[in-house]
Design a protein around this ligand. Structure first.
Ligand code: B3K
Ligand code: ZN
Length: 853
């Protein structure tokens, strides 16, 4: 039975754990784990409660003596040793258990991936390894011995003794169990070194399967860059003699920040120009940085309980975003982040899965590794920084590291360092952490021609979310500038600090009515409602000095056209016209133009229609978007052809921002042109391209045009044995396919022997890729819903985490028409009724179905 866990129920653990010693005997059919835990009772009378799941317990002893049988209770996932059987002083609990990594398909705890033993312990995977207080506020130094005949045996910390078949690792930094890691396998390392700011030498290794070394170099460079950046920008130095990264093929998410031993999904490590795209490279760099940055924000300072997850994740995402802005283009990065935030987090906030960055209850914590905790968590920190200023932000962070090093903390601790640094009261600001939902900011402008005064009247409101009917006003930093009709900036950026439900600001001494450039840099994660004409938007698109606001003006114009077209109207010529100006502007960053050319996604259009109170129709949305693309292509054919030719990078491939920007513009132009030439140009690019970025761009266009058979066959012939490339092969065929064909293609692909559905990457490529084909997934006959649910029913018993995560593709089901809703409800109910459904999927499906109640 599922039980709800509540923040209000947190109590300190009644014992200190002063040392953890583990010994693993790894064998093909069963691994033995011996644990010795040194406990110091904080007081008297508390039972010792430990977590464990799926363990075959062979032995339990306290100070070497087996406790009397009636002192031990095993119930579900807990082992309790009653207080009467415990000494009132330091004692050692020893246990021996047997576990079966070779049968572990859930990829949680110790498991096998392609012959490599590896672990994933966050959030509660360690209990699948041994009996333990498996909670983040119990921290201890670890000593780990591994016995195995495999050649490479790794754990956290520094290597100690080693002899053939046995190694010992020692991690002196107290850490919670979720940061434990172990790897055993036949691996090769790309080796390097880093000298820290105080001159300490650190050995760096990126461990991969034999043969993959040539594709590990970029990850290593990214690691060194991250280490240097964290020293330079945050003053944070690495604190062990070695830093290991291991790439494995079977992994439930992207990567994991285990102390000194990061374990990665191989797709976020391995890259070569022939096998990885520019986007893959950018992601690898960002995730390597993210996991590395966790060493301070997550590991040295961790979370008191899982409700505080965004304490480490929001901050670490914020830090990796800063890093990418520094090493690439800040403007482009900001726009990309906002696109992702809206696509994932706003969508989450608007549906049945809405929750605050710091939730106060959950059934399964793994369901809360969400866009809200991560991306909104990062936005909240961005707002805080904007409100207190860069200097205060830095001082507050220094204080945070000083005050809380070695501790397990809360959001309250985090806010307190800002309060102590600045003297500000952050009580109202804290609502960003505790309240769910995306505030809607409404602006009404009043222009007084005679006085030359512009009054801006703002109001804010947030719709109810599950369990939170009332939403008091929040602090909203509104970064604002004013642009004159002829394009001059008449007021540089100011930050208005909105705290009330309604508030007004006015600006005097203006010669003529300016255009407000609102929410510059996307200064708060809110939606905006304002009366603004096409002409004003065009002014912003042509002249705004803030790249985000400029992009946003283009995005809004495109969205207006798309929404109008969907409901049978005409597209607005203003967008196409302004686009002409941008395409001809040689001074603009190609990556920026590419972002404007990338039309809003079908899902985003559906969201907008729903937000305006309409019922989105996936088929008309698809047609409208295709029609606008074709229109733009026809209207700008000449300049698009010119761009396509000019953005052909002649220099040898580099995954840097400059080259990647040129390629993204080239491919955006190609995508439009392919709507005119039926894919002819895409075919010749496919034939000639020497890098995966252009290959995949061309291939998507070929798939869309229905002429990809040749290219797909070639790709399979060349890369059939490369799992990561074949993941792309699976995905593009379903995601870019014409919606009416996608389901047949998906069914066919699912029959293939290389559709290894227990591999999360492969599952996400095919099933997730299909669900990302908006009109196919939301087909009126329910075939898309049925297909996805059939696969989730199959996956759930094997891998609940990945199954539950994918259920979020259903979070928008209630916004469609009655027929689609019925079909979605039927499919979801089939899943909900499944005997033995995991706690993960059960919680998700119950919350999702509640949307239609
Ligand atoms: N902390 C891990 C995520 C763990 C997910 C557990 N279901 C990766 C990261 O955010 O860096
Ligand atoms: Zn993280």
């Amino acid at each position: 039975m599922a039980t709800t866990r509540r923040l209000a129920d947190w109590r300190p653990y009644p014992f200190a754990l002063t040392e953890t010693r583990l010994r693993f005997d790894i064998a093909p059919l069963g691994t033995r784990v011996e644990a010795e835990l040194n406990f110091l009772p904080h007081g008297r009378g508390a039972d010792l409660v430990l977590d464990g799941a799926g363990l075959r317990t062979l032995d339990i002893a306290i100070d070497g003596v087996e406790p009397p049988p009636d002192a031990i209770t095993m119930d579900g996932e807990t082992l309790t040793i009653s207080a009467d059987a415990l000494p009132h002083r330091r004692f050692t609990l020893s246990t021996t258990v047997e576990i079966h990594p070779e049968r572990n398909t859930a990829l949680e705890g110790l498991y096998l991936s392609g012959g490599i033993f590896c672990t994933q312990c966050e959030a509660e995977g360690f209990r699948h390894i041994t009996w333990y207080p498996d909670r983040p506020d119990v921290m201890a130094p670890f000593r780990v011995q591994i016995r195995s005949d495999l050649p490479v045996l790794l754990s956290n910390g520094n290597p100690d003794a080693a002899e053939p078949g046995l190694v010992e690792w020692h991690d002196p930094w107290p850490k919670p169990s979720y940061l434990f890691a172990l790897v055993a396998g036949d691996l090769e390392a790309l080796e390097d070194r880093f000298t820290t700011m105080t001159g300490r030498e650190v050995a760096l290794n990126v461990w991969v399967r034999p043969g993959d070394l040539p594709r590990a170099g970029f990850a290593m460079e990214a690691l060194k860059k991250s280490m240097a950046w964290d020293e330079r920008v945050y003053g944070r130095e690495y604190d062990l003699d070695v830093f290991n990264i291991v790439a494995v093929d079977d992994f439930n998410m992207g990567a994991m920040e285990n102390k000194g031993l990061n374990i990665f999904n191989s797709k976020l490590v391995l890259a070569s120009p022939e096998t990885a795209t520019d986007t893959d490279y950018e992601r690898i760099e960002a995730v390597i940085a993210h996991e590395y940055f966790h060493n301070w924000t997550g590991n040295r300072i961790t979370c008191r309980d899982w409700f505080q997850l965004c304490l480490k994740e929001g901050l670490t995402v914020f830090r990796d975003q800063q890093f990418t802005s520094d090493v690439r283009s800040a403007a482009v990065k900001r726009i990309e982040d906002v696109v992702t935030l809206r696509a994932r987090q706003f969508r989450e906030d608007a549906g049945p899965l809405a929750h605050p960055p710091r939730p106060d209850h959950y059934e399964e914590i793994n369901n809360f590794y969400t866009a809200t905790v991560y991306e909104k968590g990062a936005e909240v920190i961005g707002m805080l920084k904007r409100l207190v200023g860069d200097g205060n932000y830095k001082a507050a962070l220094d204080l945070y590291f000083d005050r809380h090093d070695g501790q397990a903390c809360t959001i309250e601790d985090w806010l307190k360092v800002f309060e102590d640094t600045t003297g500000r009261d952050l009580t109202q600001f804290k609502r960003w952490y505790t309240d769910a939902g995306t505030p809607r900011l409404k602006l009404v402008e009043e222009w007084d021609e005679a006085a030359g005064r512009l009054a801006l009247r703002f109001s804010q409101s947030t719709r109810p979310t599950p369990g939170q009917p009332d939403k008091p006003p929040r602090v909203i930093p509104i970064a604002l500038g004013l642009i004159s009709q002829n394009g001059d900036e008449v007021l540089p950026t100011q930050v208005l600090e909105m705290t009330e439900a309604e508030q007004e600001w006015s600006f005097d001494g203006l010669g003529a009515r300016p255009v407000a450039s609102l929410l510059r840099g996307f200064s708060a994660p809110v939606t905006v409602e304002r009366q603004i004409g096409r002409a004003e938007r065009a002014v912003l698109l042509a002249h705004d000095t803030d790249p985000f606001a400029r992009w946003e003006a283009g995005h809004d114009l495109a969205m207006d056209s798309l929404v109008a077209k969907t409901t049978g109207g005409e597209s607005d010529p203003a967008f196409s016209h302004s686009l002409g100006g941008l395409l001809a502007d040689a001074g603009l960053d190609p990556a920026f133009i590419a972002l404007i050319l990338r039309l809003p996604s079908e899902d985003a259009i559906a969201t907008e229609i729903a937000a305006q109170g309409g019922v989105p129709d996936p088929d008309s949305i698809h047609k409208a978007r295709e029609a606008l693309a074709a229109e733009l292509a026809a209207r700008h054919k000449g300049v698009l052809e010119q761009i396509y030719a000019e953005m052909d990078v002649a220099a040898p491939y580099e995954p840097d921002a400059g080259q990647a920007g040129a390629r993204s513009l080239r491919l955006a132009a190609l995508a439009l042109l392919s709507r005119l030439d039926g894919g002819a140009r895409a075919q010749s690019l496919w034939d000639s391209a020497g890098n995966m970025t252009e290959k995949m761009g061309a291939l998507a266009d070929l798939v869309r045009a229905g002429r990809a058979d040749g290219a797909l066959a070639e790709m399979e012939a060349r890369f059939g044995a490369n799992r990561l490339v074949m993941d792309k092969w699976f995905m593009v065929q379903v995601q870019a396919a014409p919606p009416e064909k996608a389901i047949e293609i998906a069914r066919g692909l699912a029959e293939r022997p290389d559709f290894e559905w227990t591999n999360p990457n492969r599952f996400r490529s095919l099933i997730g890729g299909f669900a990302a084909n908006h009109a196919a997934f939301h087909a009126a006959d329910g075939s898309g819903y049925g297909f996805v649910v059939d696969w989730l029913i199959r996956l759930d018993p094997a891998n609940p985490q990945t199954a539950a995560r994918m259920l979020s593709v259903f979070e928008t089901w209630a916004r469609f028409d009655a027929q689609r809703r019925e079909r979605a409800r039927a499919a979801l109910s089939r899943l909900a009724a499944l005997p033995g459904l995991s706690r993960n999927s059960s919680e998700m499906v119950t919350r999702i179905l509640a949307a239609g109640a």
